[in-house]
Design a protein around this ligand. Structure first.
Ligand SMILES: Nc1ncnc2c1ncn2[C@@H]1O[C@H](COP(=O)(O)OP(=O)(O)OP(=O)(O)O)[C@@H](O)[C@H]1O
Ligand SMILES: [Mg+2]
Length: 181
C-alpha cells in the first residue's frame, strides 16, 4: 500500500497446491489518477488461513479485496483465487464477500433467508433447486450468525446489525455451495 511502501507478504508457505488467494507483484491505479493505490503487493493465503489487512482510511484495503473478487483488474501483476482467475472463482461461487457498504439487495422483495441462499443458486439451471449440502449450508449459516429468528423478514426491514449478520451468513454459504458442485 502506498502509505507504507512495504508490500504485504503472505506466510510464505510451500508452493505446489492452489492457494486460496495469491497475489503476485500486484499494482493498481485508478484510471486518470497518477498515484497508484497498490504497489508490488505479493501475498499468499492458504485455505483455512486468516489474514487481516490493516491500514488508514484510503490506504487501499477495499481496492485489494475488490481485485481479489475480480471486480477490478490489476494494472500489473497476477492474481489467482483457488487456482482460478478472480472473476472465474467468483462466478463459480468460491468466494463470499461481506461488502463495506450494502447496496442493491435492500431494494428487492427478498427475505433474509432468500438473500443468504443466493450463492447456492449460482450455476443452477432455471427452476432447479439447490441440493441437500447447499440447503444444509444455508441452515448452518443462518443458525451460527443468529439470523434464524428473523429469516423470514424482508431484507429491507431488519436492523443494521441484523443486516450485517445476514451478509456474513451469505458470505459463509458461498464456498460450501461451490465445493458441493
Ligand atoms: N472508484 C474510485 N475511483 C478513484 N479513486 C478511488 C475509487 N475508489 C477508491 N479510490 C481511492 O483509492 C484509494 C484507496 O481506496 P480504498 O477504498 O481501497 O481504501 P480503504 O483502505 O478501503 O479505506 P477505508 O478504510 O476508508 O475503507 C483512496 O485514495 C480512494 O480515495
Ligand atoms: Mg474500505
Amino acid at each position: 500500500m502506498t502509505e507504507s511502501h512495504e508490500p504485504i507478504r503472505g506466510a510464505g508457505a510451500a508452493r505446489g497446491t492452489a492457494a486460496a488467494i495469491e497475489f503476485d507483484r500486484v499494482g493498481f491505479a485508478f484510471e486518470g489518477s497518477g498515484r497508484p493505490v497498490l504497489e508490488d503487493i505479493s501475498l499468499r493465503v492458504e485455505p483455512g488461513e486468516r489474514l487481516g489487512i490493516l491500514g488508514p482510511n484510503g490506504a487501499g484495503k477495499t481496492t485489494l479485496v475488490r481485485i481479489a473478487l475480480g471486480l477490478l483488474s490489476p494494472t500489473s501483476g497476477g492474481v489467482r483465487v483457488f487456482g482460478r482467475s478472480p472473476s472465474q472463482a467468483r462466478a463459480e461461487g468460491w468466494v463470499g464477500y461481506v461488502p463495506q457498504r450494502t447496496g442493491a439487495e435492500l431494494a428487492f422483495p427478498l427475505s433474509v433467508r432468500q438473500v443468504v441462499e443466493m450463492p447456492t443458486l449460482v450455476g443452477l439451471r432455471p427452476w432447479a433447486r439447490p441440493g441437500p449440502e447447499a440447503r444444509e449450508a444455508v441452515e448452518y449459516a443462518l443458525g451460527v450468525t443468529g439470523c434464524g429468528e428473523f429469516g423470514d423478514r424482508p431484507i429491507g426491514r431488519v436492523s443494521g446489525g441484523q443486516l450485517q449478520r445476514a451478509m456474513i451468513a451469505r458470505a459463509g454459504v458461498a464456498a460450501p455451495a461451490a465445493a458441493a458442485r
